[in-house]
Write a protein that binds this ligand. Sequence first.
Ligand code: HEM
Length: 268
Amino acid sequence: MHEPFSDRAYRALLRVLPFDFRGDFGDEMQQVFREQRAEAAGPLAFLHLWLETAVDLLRTARHPETGQGFSAGELRDQVATMIVAGHETTALALFWSLYLLASAPDVQDRLAEEVRGLALTPAAGPAVLPRLVYARAVVSEALRLYPPAFVMVRQCVVADRWQETAIPRGSLVMIAPWILHRHRKIWRDPESFDPSRFLGDEPPVPKLAYLPFGAGPRVCVGAHFAMAEATLVLAMIVQRFRAGCSDTIVAHRRLLCLQVLPTPRPPH
Ligand code: HEM
């Protein structure tokens, strides 16, 4: 069913992905701001509005004790965090959901059946969300196979030990959801795309084996929002379009891109 992302394409992606957050990334951000301004009336108008609103809110924010606002650098870092933490992650979850649906027509048909005839408008969101059980399972499964935060890093504050391995104070410890999510001892048929594993009919996996949003004190503050948003948007897309996958990998600026192509669904 699901064709894993080819090694060659994955290695190519890894080569271009880790740009420097403070240098290249800052430049990229400025470019994004410029492009949004230039295309404010076009298809990116929504992102423009989102950025403007976010920046306005942050500009007026004051520290509750000192009354100080953000410096220009802090403002840029806050916007970068919102884009990377809140926007890019959810966009990736949606992209991989569509990519996986495109490679699994049966799953896509089942989802199309679930959303057929539902009133999927922003206003109807809260009422309709409980009915999007399979859509939510698809997003959960996409987050298992392609977790946007595929690795998290912690610094050890006291010397510790894990089995035979001593972990000196100050060591960086990497937690890799990507690996945990595909572990053969934890998941049935881990490489396959099977949203039904999230429908509650299977024995639950250990709590810390599924970490798309992290865990503990620094768990994602936007997790519930992100799940609601991704589930609703996926449902809205699948209600209107059929996702198919292009065989070609195209280059866009400095990134290589997989393409998921939408075809409008005929009205029922
Ligand atoms: C599918 C979407 C998302 C995924 C996969 C995701 C994933 C994560 C993960 C794994 C962490 C923990 C990082 C760590 O422990 O090192 C995290 C933290 C965070 N996320 Fe998300 N996130 C998503 C959406 C969002 C949204 C929509 C927002 C805000 C609206 C958001 C805001 C944050 C913030 C502010 C943190 C830092 C929390 C802290 O350190 O106290 N995230 N996210």
